[in-house]
Design a protein around this ligand. Structure first.
Ligand SMILES: C[S@@+](CC[C@H](N)C(=O)[O-])C[C@H]1O[C@@H](n2cnc3c(N)ncnc32)[C@H](O)[C@@H]1O
Length: 442
């Protein structure tokens, strides 16, 4: 595994449990839900809150839509207190980690976190916060399919470990020795990567305590025009997360069969106008084809009527780009397979947390988690019913897991996904569509 690298070991003597880090953990403690929340209305038997009314007139429609969005979001908004200081400390100019307090809260239970795998290292924002909050961690593995992202994340981890080692002798919070590794690998290979580090992990004898998958792209990937991910910057029609992969967006646009092209626009882009766009793309092939993201954007701008304006073409372009990116990187199939592999890699009591950014991903996570805990096919209809085996956890234990679903192999801790708080949304627009789901192995 040429790209795998063991970071220098972090030797420290066993010491008393965390003290210096208590502050970080304390600020992530969730507060109770407000009395108007749907969850608490259910618990007290009161009726659900009525939908908010928005003003009619100029801009009224937009206000109404926002009010409805907010009303729906209230059902899933994180109950964790927002820790602006933690965000400031762990954010990077290249990428701001999403749902950071909630990820930390997820891995505070059920026991000490001895081993942790970050499948999507990126700029290492989540990883560093986890290392800081878990001085007891003995094994850390960070993976990213994009070697340039991995380089950045690895440099941040090395700097963090170096500074921790420098002050290690004085810090009572630090215990034991941390073995830290980074691997330039797709997370679909999680079993092989774990096996290369420790054979007992490969054969599932021991398993790891925590796994995080933070899907999608980092800001550093979107902002680099040469990757072809951004609708707003001209660049090559590439969109590969892994530069060694052979398929590019250009290949799909210029040579995939028309029906396949239509299928990805419909299924991966959820684009209602997919047939028209499919036909326009095929017409363009006859006049020279596509050579840059700008070529594709120009076509979409021409297709979108004047009345749709800038927002109209941007939304359509975002859906078309999403369809291409998912197809280029085979994202949905890899996600589903990797959820199974990751669950296999967990120790008993271990947790897998997944942050998704669009409904296609979230649907897969939701359905696969149910399959994993029940050990078979999940019934989509059934799991939307309220009479599932739910355990109300709205107590001192873990209030943000307001409902869970118990199966014979595990527990889904988030029957409803957790979405960012309003404070986080104000700070980082990119987090608006994020959803966190967590499963625990039993
Ligand atoms: C949203 S970013 C992660 C940001 C990170 N959590 C942080 O705090 O900085 C997603 C990362 O996952 C990587 N990625 C996407 N798909 C992947 C896959 N199948 N296997 C491994 N890494 C993947 C991307 O290259 C990107 O760097």
């Amino acid at each position: 595994m040429a790209a795998a690298r063991r970071l220098f070991p972090f030797h420290l003597h066993a010491r008393a449990p965390a003290r210096a880090l208590a502050a970080v953990v304390a600020v992530a403690t969730p507060h109770r839900r407000g009395k108007h929340d749907v969850a608490s209305c259910k618990a007290t038997g009161k009726t659900k809150p009525s939908r908010p009314k928005a003003k009619a007139g100029k801009g009224g429609e937009r206000l109404q839509r926002r009010a409805l969005e907010e009303h729906l979001k209230r059902r899933t908004r994180s109950g964790a207190a927002f820790d602006a200081e933690l965000y400031g400390r762990r954010s990077h100019e290249l990428h701001v980690p999403v749902l950071l307090g909630e990820v930390l809260a997820t891995f505070r239970r059920p026991r000490q976190l001895r081993s942790f795998v970050d499948c999507t290292l990126g700029a290492a924002g989540h990883s560093l916060a986890m290392m800081e909050a878990h001085p007891e961690m003995e094994l850390y593995i960070g993976m990213d399919v994009d070697p340039s992202a991995l380089e950045i994340g690895r440099a941040h981890i090395e700097a963090f470990l170096a500074s921790r080692e420098a002050k290690g002798g004085k810090d009572d919070a630090l215990q034991g020795t941390l073995r830290a590794y980074t691997h330039a690998k797709n997370f679909k290979y999680i079993k092989q990567v774990l096996g290369s580090v420790d054979e007992s992990l490969a054969v599932g004898l021991s398993g790891v305590d925590g796994i995080l998958i933070d899907l999608g792209m980092s800001s550093m990937q979107v902002n680099r025009s040469n990757r072809g991910f951004s609708v707003l910057q001209d660049g090559p029609l590439d969109m590969r997360m892994d530069p060694k992969a052979t398929l590019r967006a250009e290949d799909i646009l210029n040579s995939w069969p028309e029906l396949e092209l239509g299928r990805i626009l419909r299924d991966y882009g959820e684009e209602s106008n997919w047939q028209f766009i499919q036909k326009q793309i095929v017409k363009t092939r006859a006049t020279g084809g596509f050579h840059s993201t700008g070529d594709l954007v120009k076509l979409i701008q021409r297709m979108c009527t004047i009345s749709k304006g800038r927002q109209g073409w941007i939304k359509t372009a975002t859906r078309v780009f999403q369809a291409l990116r998912i197809a280029v990187n085979d994202e949905l199939r890899i996600l589903e397979d990797s959820l199974h592999s990751s669950f296999d890699c967990l120790a008993t009591g271990g947790r897998l947390a997944v942050i998704s950014f669009h409904s296609l991903e979230d649907r897969i996570v939701k359905k696969t988690f149910l399959e994993l805990i029940h050990g078979g096919e999940a019934d989509d209809e059934e799991e939307d019913e309220d009479d599932l085996a739910l355990t109300d956890m709205d107590g001192e234990d873990e209030p943000w897991f307001n409902q869970r679903v118990q199966g014979r192999n595990g527990i889904v801790l988030t029957k409803r996904p957790i979405t960012p708080s309003q404070e986080e949304e104000k700070l980082n627009q990119r987090c608006r569509s994020a959803k966190l789901r967590v499963i625990q192995k039993t």
